[in-house]
Design a binder for this molecule. Structure first.
Ligand SMILES: C[S@@+](CC[C@H](N)C(=O)[O-])C[C@H]1O[C@@H](n2cnc3c(N)ncnc32)[C@H](O)[C@@H]1O
Length: 277
């Protein structure tokens, strides 16, 4: 691969840096295996302020850094979510969980985003709901720091700790939307994930235990104590895990249903508090 230094222009003897052309960026990304090289090139060219910065960004992308970490943000539900190194990059399929939460609890006044990572889900819910009390939580300090940046515009609170243990007790029985995009990859399949996830996202964000459902089961078991009457719990899962996930919800006393988006290839289990009708 040719050097991407902005000083490596073959065209002139000038000593000033010559920016990489759009075509050169596309070619470099394509050669590195980026499937959407044209789109990525546009985003990187827009983001870079100087030729040196452009070359550095292309180099980082070509060596396998996820695009979102190269840019420092990910698009999610129409928002620009800040992503920092070591934090799970929000996936477009998770927008389905947000859509379904809004459809089922459009009047929620208290929202909890458990396992919040960057805080994308809570930020998207708050952006749509308007005035809402938002609490996000994660066990990983890097995620907590990142989430604080993303929920600040909505007055959100971010707590650090293990699942519900991170939340203030006063939220018990008051939560209208409990969103939890938990880690759900079976332990022995983490190594089979694409390199962008395997090499750049922490194991705690991916590994859901032997069948991938350890964290989901814990969330489902405790959720009814936190839901307001009529509140709902939403968790993303895989098609293969859906039946077991539904069972975990039902065992905890929730009225559970599977929601599927063919378009986003997303499966969400929703559990409604039966007391709310
Ligand atoms: C799949 S990522 C999802 C992040 C975010 N909700 C999203 O959709 O982009 C799962 C997140 O769960 C967090 N996590 C894993 N185990 C946890 C636990 N026991 N308590 C709280 N957070 C946990 C990880 O640190 C990670 O940020």
């Amino acid at each position: 691969m040719p050097s991407l230094s902005p000083f490596s222009s073959s065209s002139s003897s000038s000593s000033s840096p010559s920016p990489l052309s759009r075509d050169a960026v596309v070619s470099a990304l394509r050669a590195a295996g980026c499937v959407f090289a044209e789109d990525e090139a546009r985003l990187i060219l827009d983001a870079a302020d100087t030729p040196d910065e452009l070359a550095a960004m292309v180099d980082r992308r070509v060596t396998g850094l996820p695009l979102e970490l190269v840019l420092g943000w990910a698009e999610f539900s129409g928002l620009r979510i800040v992503v920092e190194p070591g934090v799970f990059v929000p996936r477009r399929r998770t927008e389905f969980l947000v859509e379904q939460a809004l459809a089922h609890a459009p009047d929620a006044s208290v929202v909890v985003d458990l396992c919040c990572g960057s805080g994308a889900v809570g930020a998207a819910l708050a952006a749509s709901l308007g005035r809402v009390e938002l609490h996000s939580a994660d066990i990983d300090p890097a995620a907590v720091r990142c989430a604080r940046r993303n929920v600040a515009p909505y007055g959100g609170h971010v707590h650090e700790g293990d699942l519900f243990g991170a939340l203030p007790d006063r939220l018990r029985g008051r939560v209208g939307i409990l969103a939890a995009n938990v880690p759900y990859v079976p332990s022995d399949e983490v190594g089979l994930l694409p390199a962008e996830a395997r090499d750049h996202e922490p194991r705690v964000a991916l590994d859901g235990g032997p069948d991938g459902l350890d964290v989901l089961r814990r969330v489902a078991a405790e959720a009814p104590r936190w839901l307001a009457p009529g509140g709902c719990l939403l968790v993303e899962t895989s098609e293969r895990q859906a039946a077991t996930a539904l069972d975990a919800f039902t065992r905890s006393g929730l009225a559970a249903r599977l929601l599927v988006s063919e378009e986003l290839y997303a499966n969400v289990v929703i559990g409604l508090d039966p007391a709310g009708g």
